[in-house]
Ligand binder design. Structure first.
Ligand code: CTP
Length: 433
């Protein structure tokens, strides 16, 4: 496998965003359909404008029942119209779509999706989509029954077949008392996802039928009911991988430790665990039938040899608190590779590991990553250089992608979504189709 073939070089970093060169603002059209989630489009506009992009909001007439044009104009700094009969002298009905680098429609109602499928051009938003040659991302939001209705599902399949990217909706509380799939993802999730699409990653719904199991976060080992040994992993990298794998159409299980504050990635099932041994059991159970297994969790290598049932007291339990005896935890990644080698996992399952490394006098972070890759026996290793404020708890990531038979591929600093997209692209190249 040659993972250098299509990865961005050091000069064309993930997402086209370079720390050294200021990026060009993008022309982004935010289309807004007439659903209660239209209010979240205000936050989405902010996500883009704060990133330096030029945003043009194009609501449907129905969307203005929920949020006024003045709000969108103030937030975007651009005029707002719904009809092809405004600014006729500027030929607005084609100009907006022609100039766009990205069109994101959030929320997209069932009715708006049906109109897009029909190729209607009776308002500015549908006319803009017909004209646009840039990526178009449709973010549905509706009641579960409407989402699951075969009419909507057929319409979504049609849009995907035509190259329009349709995001999987989130699962959760809807407008009434009901709960289920159909909720608009959080604006930050939409913006992160849309940026990876503009960067050319994973636009296809090409992992339908694939099962992906991902560990994320940091495991914690209890000392007593209130104290634990843990680490600084935020879990963001694993959550980004889960989100993108689900958006590619895979069935995703996310085995998550200490990540309660992160929004659940759309279309994934989250299994919460605490300790390393709980994570090991969950990965064994859910990994058994998986096509892809990703160990992105920061696993606590050691645990106290015993855990107190009640809180240790400073005076009375001085010995237990001042000297904690540790025993080694299982290596979950190594265990999964061994199980695959014994034929206990799905044939051809791809296993991805991570390495958090710092360099020292004896070797660079990359040297240590290469020897870890050898030791662990996984198919792909994403090696992060950590320390000096890098990676742990941060919103960006950087390092190298290592794959068997290929030169290490530098992954320049990018958001965890951009890095996740590159990891999935590397997996995709070796995955049996
Ligand atoms: N890992 C694991 N089980 C462990 C320790 C690590 O499955 N007990 C996995 C991590 O999820 C990661 C990879 O192994 O995918 C490397 O983790 P890292 O912390 O970098 O390395 P360690 O194996 O812990 O080795 P060391 O800390 O000595 O560098």
């Amino acid at each position: 496998m040659d993972i250098n073939a299509v990865e961005p070089s050091e000069n064309t970093p993930a997402g086209g965003v370079s720390a050294a060169q200021p990026r060009m603002p993008r022309n982004i059209v935010v289309g807004v359909g007439g659903g209660i989630a239209a209010y979240k489009a205000c936050h989405l506009v902010r996500e883009f404008t704060e990133h330096g992009d030029d945003v043009r909001v194009v609501p449907t007439q129905a969307a203005l029942n929920f949020v006024g044009a003045a709000t969108f104009e103030a937030l975007s700094g651009n005029p707002v119209s719904t009809t092809v009969f405004d600014a006729v002298d500027e030929v607005q009905h084609v100009q907006v779509g022609q100039e766009a680098d990205l069109v994101v429609i959030a929320p997209a109602t069932a009715d708006l999706i049906a109109r897009l499928v029909a190729g209607r051009a009776d308002d500015l938003l549908t006319a803009t989509v017909l004209v646009a040659t840039c990526p178009v991302v449709v973010v549905p939001a509706m009641h579960t029954e409407m989402w699951l209705n075969p009419a909507t599902q057929d319409n979504v399949a049609t849009l995907r077949r035509r190259g329009i990217v349709v995001m999987e909706p989130a699962h959760g509380r809807l407008t009434g008392k009901d709960t289920g799939p159909g909720r608009l993802p959080e604006p930050v999730q939409i913006a992160d996802f849309a940026r990876t699409i503009v960067a050319g990653h994973g636009a296809h719904h090409d992992w339908v039928g694939k099962r992906v199991v991902i560990s994320a976060g940091g495991t914690q080992e209890n000392i007593d009911p209130v104290r634990y040994i843990g680490n600084r992993s935020s879990g963001r990298q694993g959550f980004a991988i889960a989100e993108l794998a689900a958006q590619r159409g895979a069935e995703v299980t996310l085995v998550a430790a200490s990540t309660d504050s992160l929004p659940v990635p759309c279309g994934t099932t989250v299994v919460r665990v605490g300790s390393t041994r709980e994570m090991e059991a969950a990965m064994a159970e859910y990994g058994a039938g998986a096509d892809v297994i990703v160990m992105s969790a920061a696993v606590a290598d050691f645990r106290p040899d015993s855990q107190a049932d009640s809180k240790l007291k400073k005076g009375a339990d001085e010995d237990a608190l001042s000297t904690i005896h540790l025993v080694e935890n299982p290596d979950i990644l190594k265990g999964l590779v061994n199980r695959r080698d014994r034929g206990e996992l799905k044939d051809g399952a791809i296993i991805v590991g991570f390495a958090a490394e710092t360099g020292d006098a004896a070797g660079s972070a990359l040297d240590y990553a290469l020897s870890k890759f050898e030791r662990k026996g996984c198919d792909i290793l994403m090696a992060n250089e950590v320390g000096e404020g890098k990676v742990f708890g941060q919103k960006t990531n950087e390092g190298w992608l290592l794959a068997k038979g290929a030169e290490p591929q530098a992954v320049p600093s990018g958001t965890k979504f951009e890095v996740a997209a590159q990891i999935l692209d590397a997996v995709n190249r070796i995955m049996p189709k």
